[in-house]
Ligand binder design. Structure first.
Ligand code: SF4
Length: 448
């Protein structure tokens, strides 16, 4: 039996797509191995969001070839789509595949014998209208599965290569989404995470909207929770929010890319909103749901970002009720407008500003956790750690640890938050919270 080793760089969407490709290999009798043991085929699903991800890709290929010099090396995904020649030039690569070709490995090769020169299949970005379906069934997390509903993007943020790597915004038909969701339920998952590149833009060319997906999925028997990976702030309409607030199955977790708290920077980034709209969306959420989990992506050190403009971002986020930040130092990307802009910020300054925002994020998350103390949250427990404590995520995206038996893993349980920490909260499983799930007699829950 041939052994295949997969490695994924980048976002959850990429990880979800790797899981789909992995199933194609398993269906053909391959055994999936981790990198520590030897392998016959190496599949690398690449990312190209930062210079660092490109570098990591090249290093991983060389490391894989040192570990298994005879392995058939396949490199696909965003970096391969954008720089196929650079990847083909790395000695030892056998097959280079673009963002959609990576789903069709078995159409391009039927033997995995090492080649003297690599095969390259990368189609022009604009050619594609179809979208490859993906779920993350099979990945280690057995409690929640990602479900791809959309791909590509029609926006032109000046720093971003994703539209160049993944093409125009395209959506998966509702019938296919329904079928994939049912498959996820049959595989025993309780939570579905909707993913894509610009999820909020779902259906824009089909006279549909993200709300149509939500309305469809809340009716699917067995789906206990739906999480939305992220939504562009300008796509967070009042009617989408009203439904999101009212529908108990939809996690009260909002991941809203901000990128900057300075209107001057947002304009240079070609973002489709200004800070006023962002603040309005965040306050609309917290006015309805004081304990909603709100995450913000931020880029620091964008060309032209002075100390004053950085302080605008810092102060804006300090005063906004968001719960955590994902901070990215700006990274020049080939063929982007931003890479040609004047006002480049020193890399040391980018690192220092990132550090300041990461410290702010730690404080924000801690404050959010303290706000949760005394509240009863629905936690989907993912595993039991060696100390016997269960660990899982609440709908609000709070990581919770609580004493309880292993049989509660992959169960959603009402848990009272009793202590806040920086990264997690301690919880106490509530009486009766589990009975309807696993039929444990009332009195047992008290000890849990
Ligand atoms: S919305 Fe902007 S940052 Fe996001 S994928 Fe599209 S172009 Fe890139």
């Amino acid at each position: 039996m041939k052994r295949v080793f997969f490695h994924t760089l980048g976002c959850k969407l990429n990880a979800t797509e790797t899981a789909t490709i992995e199933r194609q290999f398993v269906d053909r009798g391959f055994s999936v191995v981790d990198g520590l043991s030897s392998f016959d085929v190496f599949v690398l699903n690449t990312c190209s969001v930062t210079e660092r991800s490109d570098r990591e890709c090249r290093q991983l290929i060389r490391r894989a070839l040192r570990a298994a010099p005879e392995a058939f090396v396949i490199v696909g995904g965003c970096y391969a789509q954008l720089q196929p020649a650079a990847i083909a030039a790395i000695g030892g690569v056998d097959l280079v595949l673009g963002s959609t070709e990576k789903f069709r490995i078995f159409e391009y090769v039927d033997s995995f014998k090492k080649r003297s020169t690599p095969l390259t299949y990368v189609s022009e970005i604009g050619e594609r209208q179809d979208v490859d379906r993906s779920t993350s069934i099979g990945l280690p997390d057995r409690t929640r599965s990602f479900l791809k509903i959309q791909d590509g993007c029609d926006y032109s943020c000046s720093f971003c290569t994703i539209p160049l790597a993944r093409g125009e915004s395209r959506s998966i038909p509702l019938a296919a989404i329904l079928e994939d969701a049912r498959t996820i339920v049959e595989a025993g998952y309780k939570e579905i995470v909707l993913t894509g590149v610009n999820v909020g833009d779902f259906g824009s060319k089909m006279d549909l909207a993200l709300l149509d997906v939500l309305r469809l999925l809340v009716q699917v028997e067995g789906i206990e929770r739906i999480r939305i990976s992220s939504v562009e702030p300008n796509l967070l309409s009042d009617w989408l929010l009203d439904y999101w607030f009212a529908e108990s199955k939809i996690c009260k977790h909002f991941h809203l890319p901000l990128q900057s708290g300075s209107d001057r920077m947002l304009s240079r980034m070609r973002r489709r909103y200004r800070r006023e709209l962002y603040e309005d969306r965040v306050r609309t959420i917290t006015n309805h749901l004081p304990l909603a989990g709100i995450g913000a992506d931020v880029i620091v050190g964008f060309p032209g970002e002075t100390e004053e403009l950085f302080s605008e971002t810092y102060d804006f986020l300090r005063d906004l009720p968001v719960s955590y930040l994902h901070v990215f130092p700006y990274s020049e990307r080939p063929d982007t407008e931003a890479a040609r802009m004047a006002g480049s910020v020193d890399r040391g300054v980018r690192a220092r500003r990132s550090e300041r925002l990461r410290l702010l994020s730690v404080r924000k998350r801690r404050m959010f956790h303290e706000q949760a103390v005394g509240h009863q949250l629905a936690v989907l427990f993912e595993r039991q750690s060696p100390d016997g404590r269960l660990e899982g995520l609440s709908g609000e995206y709070i990581r919770v640890r609580a004493h309880g038996p292993e049989s509660f893993v992959n169960q959603i349980c009402i848990t009272e938050i009793v202590r806040a920490k920086n990264e997690t909260c301690d919880g106490l499983l509530q009486q009766g919270a589990l009975t309807e799930v696993v039929g444990i007699p009332e009195e047992r829950t008290k000890d849990a």
